[in-house]
Design a protein around this ligand. Sequence first.
Ligand code: NAD
Ligand code: IPM
Ligand code: MN
Length: 346
Amino acid sequence: MKTHSIALIPGDGIGRDVTAAAWSVLQKAANSLGFALDCTEFPWSCAFYKETGAMMPQDGIETLRRFDAILLGAVGWPQEVPDAVSLHGLLLPIRKSFVQYANVRPHRLLPGVQGPLKADAFDILCIRENTEGEYSGAGGRIHQGTADEVAVETSIFTRTGVERILRFAFEQARTRSGRLASVTKSNAQKYSMVFWDEVTRQLAAEFPDIEVTSYHIDAMAARMVMAPESLDVVVASNLFGDILTDLGAAIQGGLGFAASANINPDKSAPSMFEPVHGSAPDIAHLGIANPIATIWSGAMMLDHLGETEAAAAIMSAVERTTASEIGTIPGKDRTEAITAAILAAL
Ligand code: NAD
Ligand code: IPM
Ligand code: MN
């Protein structure tokens, strides 16, 4: 039997509940479609940090490297461990070390879900640069705590990094409507974003079949709300993509619906699948986290592993569940009830 080895990192807060839900759905899909998922769970989290002084062991990245894929819940417990420590100790190094440069975040309205917009059609694919830019971690602070304090955060954009994410986005546009929106802030940021726009124009010559339009991030945020039907594939830098995808999630009806895949397109290292949302400390332990974002991310993982039939079966079960109005209103149905309905539909 074909077996895929999966590293499971539930992480913090609702990460534990939503990964448990997703795992039960993935298992059922595997059992009924004749393949196996071999799961190794890692307790790496803020609780692990409190015990050991690190978010993961020193050889954590090498340990993960031998898996076919990684499924992650959420990382962060800001009351106990500063976010800059927890995220730079676990989630961000995985994305960077495994060159998961394409963060693929689909946003569409599931049947039965009423988003905040009047528009009943909402279907965009956000492609977010995932390894550099504003998240490069370069910078420093001087004269800390004094009136002369200066803090510098340097965004690093390389030709390799910009070209590969734009190329990936052009290719995605080719599989959809042929329309690509590239997002910058080149009216204010005169180096990195002007460079991004230039590379976009250079690549456009290679993809004459793709209609590419450049937008500023502020105008794009408004467009996503006012005219989402004018958009299809949207590509953005690390930070801009981060912000636009929480907006995309909100338009989908809530953070609990938005899935995400951190893809290493060359397959030189494992890819990682996780919801867009975080550990949601405000609802942790209440049993009301929406597991759909993580279940959807799990379906993206199966798709990536070549189990396309299982991925489609899971998405169909999710859609039949929301169509019957289970899990459609944030906080109304319990995590367990939504998961049980999806399992029953599968
Ligand atoms: P968050 O996404 O955790 O929560 C934002 C809001 O959305 C909260 O009101 C929360 O209750 C709600 N929400 C999120 N997921 C939900 C779900 N599945 N069902 C129902 N409601 C849901 O963002 P935050 O509060 O800014 O961050 C909390 C912690 O998580 C921080 O430590 C942050 O750094 C971290 N974080 C981690 C990731 C990740 O691991 N990928 C992503 C985002 C935030
Ligand atoms: C996300 C999250 C992370 C990001 C944080 C937790 C570092 O918000 O996956 O969207 O900004 O990438
Ligand atoms: Mn985010």
